[in-house]
Ligand binder design. Structure first.
Ligand code: G
Ligand code: G
Ligand code: NA
Ligand code: MN
Length: 251
């Protein structure tokens, strides 16, 4: 209840903001895209804590539209500044897909700021997709038709059936930090990562690896053909001013 009150208050006053974490191209060391992550302006409560509350109460629908519009607005701002802009990925909860107008609302937002739809990326977990499989896959297909990019988030957690990769029309899979850490642990089998990368590439999916904290992991994963890396090794999620400085950077 307490968290719900805080969220309602934040919605009323638009007291949310986005921070951005770069995804770095393994090949060039350039920023390839950003993931947008929500923060409360006036509270130090992690989204890991308040997003579940937002989902249970349904507030995530409105919060989600704020996130999407703010990301698109930021893209437009960077374009207007003459910056060679990169795609921004936003996280999506399953609850947001239940909104009948989801696809048309996204089209509206993209039209309002007149950006290329491919500059927006949706990050969604397989478990969210599987909550209402037929329907959600149809929605993902519609987003793809609009030109929005799709990433399957948190791969390696949950069931991670390789089968579903063949029928979800995605552009990226994101390997989750917990999965990577397991593979790199003493008893882990990091060779599995070669196999997944190979398979993903066969299916025309690019591979993003999350939670990269050390150079050794980066070098190994790069040598195995993982396309993009995200993690504290490069940058924590940062505000838009800091993010802007990262465009020129070579990691
Ligand atoms: O940024 P941080 O590591 O604290 O995020 C914690 C969790 O909250 C992650 O699982 C992340 O995906 C989720 N999260 C962050 N921002 C958003 C958002 O805008 N929408 C949704 N649905 N989840 C988010
Ligand atoms: O669930 P999702 O994959 O969206 O969660 C992303 C979360 O992971 C963000 O909250 C972000 O702050 C966190 N994160 C990003 N890079 C790293 C990292 O290198 N190490 C750790 N521990 N967390 C990270
Ligand atoms: Na994510
Ligand atoms: Mn993830």
């Amino acid at each position: 209840i307490e968290t719900e009150k805080i969220l309602l208050d934040c919605l009323k006053n638009k007291d949310f903001k986005l921070v951005y974490q770069p995804q770095v191209s393994s090949k060039t060391g350039e920023v390839h895209a950003f993931e947008a992550l929500i923060r409360l302006k006036n509270y130090n409560i992690s989204p890991a804590e308040f997003i579940p509350v937002a989902e249970e109460t349904g507030l995530i629908v409105e919060i989600g539209y704020f996130v999407i519009e703010e990301a698109v607005r930021q893209i437009k701002e960077w374009i207007d500044k003459g910056i060679e802009v990169k795609p921004i990925g936003v996280n999506l909860s399953a609850v947001q897909l239940r909104d009948e107008s989801f696809v048309s609302n996204l089209k509206e937002i993209i039209k309002k700021y007149s950006i290329k739809p491919s500059l927006l990326k949706i990050e969604i977990t397989e478990s969210a997709l599987m909550e209402d499989k037929e329907r959600n896959i149809k929605i993902i297909e519609q987003l793809k038709e609009v030109g929005i990019q799709i990433a399957i988030d948190d791969f390696g957690t949950g069931y991670s059936s390789l089968n579903y990769l063949t029928f979800i029309p995605a552009d990226y899979i994101k390997l989750d930090k917990s999965f990577i850490d397991k593979m790199f642990a003493k008893e882990g089998k990091k060779e599995v990562l070669d196999g997944i990368t190979f398979l993903a590439h066969q299916l025309n999916l690019k591979v993003v690896v999350e939670g990269i904290e050390d150079r050794e992991q980066f070098n190994y994963l790069k040598s195995k053909g993982c396309d993009y890396m995200q993690g504290y090794l490069f940058s924590r999620p940062v505000d838009k001013e800091e993010a802007e400085k990262l465009f020129a950077k070579r990691f």
